[in-house]
Write a protein that binds this ligand. Sequence first.
Ligand code: BEZ
Length: 210
Amino acid sequence: MSLQIGDIAPDFTAVTTAGTINFHEWLGSGWGVLFSHPKDFTPVCTTELGYTEKLRPQFEQRGVKVIGLSVDALGDHERWADDIEATQGARPRFPIIADADRKVAHLYGMLHPKADTTFTVRSVFIIDPDKKIRATITYPASTGRNFDEILRVIDSLQLTDNHKVATPVNWTPGQDVIIVPSLGAEEARALFPDGWVEHRPYLRTVKQPS
Ligand code: BEZ
């Protein structure tokens, strides 16, 4: 069965562009994003990796480590980084797993044989400090992901953990949020002393906590 939200992210040891890492040790006590791309030296992946590097400060601000994966060898990753730097203006400094034996790809269900028998699809796993998978995203090889959306999901998850709020449709940071339905009125008054707008008893909105 495929990995699901709430599962512990499987641990592994792998060769990466930042040396051999043990995944759980490398994650430490923070958040992580593990994402696969189908193949080195392909156009969509080149744009994704350059953009992810440009977003690295944003991930760091949120306490999130990012790690990529493709089923190519380390030497390819390193040569490809030159191209990414030349064409995208950013050289990936986050680790990229060299998963030539597809060990990690199999462990995480990144190979979807009906789509492609050899290369991974575009998988994303957002992992919390307890090593729990909190979100998964899967895109086909031909569609570049929206890494700003990945940051948005992380913002939403961290708001839920820290402030007991959920985020509504198309929410972007700074907009009003929703008090989680499981929070009773008394607890809500303690957490949101300035009050909230009660559209329905189950739909209570409040300014985004900072
Ligand atoms: C790409 O990364 O550009 C790509 C990979 C596989 C199929 C189509 C595009």
